[in-house]
Design a protein around this ligand. Sequence first.
Ligand code: SAM
Length: 311
Amino acid sequence: MGAAPARCAPRLEAAAEVRDLAEEFALDEQILSAVLDYVCRTTGLLIREDRCYRLAKACRPYHRVAFHLEKFLGAYGPAVARTDEVLQDPGTGPALRDLNALARAFGQLQPHTPSLTAQVLQAWDVTSLLDLGCGAGTLLIELASADPRFQGYGADAGQDMVRVANDRIHRAGLGHRLQVVLGDVRALGELTALPASEDVQALHGRSIMNEFFAGDGSSAIGVLAGLKARFPGRLLFLEDYYGRLTHDSPADGSHGHTLAQDLAQVLSGQGVPPLDLPGWAGVYQEADCTLVKAYEGDNDGVAWFIHVVAL
Ligand SMILES: C[S@@+](CC[C@H](N)C(=O)[O-])C[C@H]1O[C@@H](n2cnc3c(N)ncnc32)[C@H](O)[C@@H]1O
């Protein structure tokens, strides 16, 4: 299965005929019919009602099913499908990640507002922010919509992400207060369009730091050290997850979602992030940064956190 059936997923929350789905998503009806029939017969994901398919009852309340399908099948599916190749030549992994599918997955997210992130940033009275790996600009738009004083900047390495973010910003009428540029956080020196350190009160990065743990994790330390050199003394709000695969963690069966994310990370050349707070704190320390506060929780089988780090 690939990205196209994943795009149909939100429509399958209610019963839908194959013919209608094929027309709506410009897919071949006969092939789509065979794919859905296969999924229905071999997994518990779909049920068939007459000529219609719909998500099985157990899947319907699952939070953000379309997002997860697009992310795991669309963005990471190609790397998982070629596990043999990646095992023999790990260098092929990063190029197998489909960043356009990742952009589509994050672009369709409609978070509940106020999001937890926004609440945390507001509690720290943050009114200007640089969002690293800002994706579709979701957080920046939320913050600017909630506070007329807010000024935001974003940087993302995905061309499609930057386009999606700027489209959304302009549609929201926030172009005068938000600005998103194309850029790689590993090469901050080349990013001339970034704001000056005195123009941003804080930095934020959600689901970006976990990308830099392949090998010995020195790449994560390098990114933090680069941020510290460019934005000394600023607070960095890092939102991410505690990894499990290859760490000495109990097999408690409640973190299936984390294991899937870890595997996708490994096969696409990102590595598994540290297991716990001391593990992450060690990374901050290596980069000469200080952990100031940690918010932690467990949701959908993922142990997540927001760390406040002083650069
Ligand atoms: C998992 S998405 C999260 C997006 C957004 N932060 C959110 O939570 O909605 C990670 C984002 O980081 C971007 N990214 C990955 N590597 C990057 C890098 N080296 N520099 C800048 N952005 C990067 C990706 O293009 C993607 O948009």
